[in-house]
Design a protein around this ligand. Sequence first.
Ligand code: PMP
Length: 355
Amino acid sequence: MAPPDPILGVSEAFKADNHELKLNLGVGAYRTEELQPYVLNVVKKADQLLLEKGENREYLPIEGLAAFNKVTAELLLGADNPVIKQQKVATVQGLSGTGSLRLAAALIERYFPGAQVLISSPTWGNHKNIFNDARVPWSEYRYYDPKTVGLDFEGMISDIKAAPEGSFILLHGCAHNPTGIDPTPEQWEKIADVIQEKNHIPFFDIAYQGFASGSLDADASSVRMFVARGMEVVAAQSYSKNLGLYAERIGAINVVCSSPDAAARVKSQLKRIARPMYSNPPVHGARIVANVVGDPTLFKEWNEEMEMMAGRIKNCDNMTNKWHVYMTKDGRISLAGLSLAKCEYLADAIIDSYH
Ligand code: PMP
C-alpha cells in the first residue's frame, strides 16, 4: 500500500469529515468568504463564448493549442520581449505546473546526464517527488532563515556558488511556496550574477503569477530579468491558482534558447518526451486561457479579479504592522510558534485583518 500524499491526502481526509465546522487549510486553493471554491467571472465568460462557438473535440497537436502557447509565453515574458520576436522560445503546453515541471525534468534527465537540480530548502512538497520520479539528482540550497523569518540570502548564494558548474537552479518566480518570501530585485540581480558565473541554468517554477503583488507583469519581473541578460532560461507555468483552473490541468513549459534553431530542436525533444507519456494535452483550459489573455476586455477584467484575490492574501501585512504577528506572506502560520495564552490575541488579529 502506498502512503497517502502529504498535501492531497489532507483534502481526502477533509472530504471524509462530516462535521459542519470543518475547515481545510491544507491545500493551496482559494476560497470565497462562504468557503466555496471560486470560479472567476472571466472564466465563466470565456466558457460561455466557447459554448456559443461550439468548438470541436479533436486532438490537439503534441505541443498543445497554438493560440495558448503564444499568449502564455507573452504573459510570462512580455509581449514585446525580443526573444519572442526572434523565435528563441520553445513553448509546449503542459499538464499544469506539475506536468510542465515533469516534462522539463525528463528533458534534463535525457540531455544533461548527471546534472543536478538545486531546490530551495524548504520548497513545495512535490518538487522532490518530480525529480525523484524523473531520476534527476537534486540537492538543496539554503533559503529560509527561521531566526529572521526571512531569506537566508548569504546561505542561498554560497550554496548556488558551491554547486557543480552547469547545475539547474530551481527558483520560485514569485510567492515562494511555502515561505511566501521572495528575493528583492537587488537580490535577484545577485542571484543571476552567481548563476551566470557558474554557467548554471535558471529553472523557474512560476505557479502564482499575479498572486504575489496583484500584477502579472511585476510578478514575472524575476524571470524577465534573467532573460534580459541573454541567459537561457527554463520556466514552468501554471494557471491553477491565478485563473482558478485547478482541475483543467493547464500550464506550459518554456525554454528560452540562444537561437531559433536551438528553440526548434528543444521543442521537438519536448514533444518526443510528451508523446509516449500522455500523447497530447487537454484542450478546454487552453481555450479558456487563450480567450481570456487574448481578449483585451476579458484580460482587463482578469487583472481586476486577480487584484481582488491577491488583496485578501496581502492582508497579512496588517497582521504584522498592526498586530505584530510575524508570519509568511502567503498566509501560512506555524502552529508550533503559538502558545495557548496567545490564541485569543491571534484570533482578534485575524478577524481585524481579514474582515
Ligand atoms: N509549483 C508550486 C510552487 C506550487 O505551489 C504548485 C501548486 N501547489 C505547483 C507548482 C503546481 O500546481 P499545478 O500542477 O496544479 O499547476
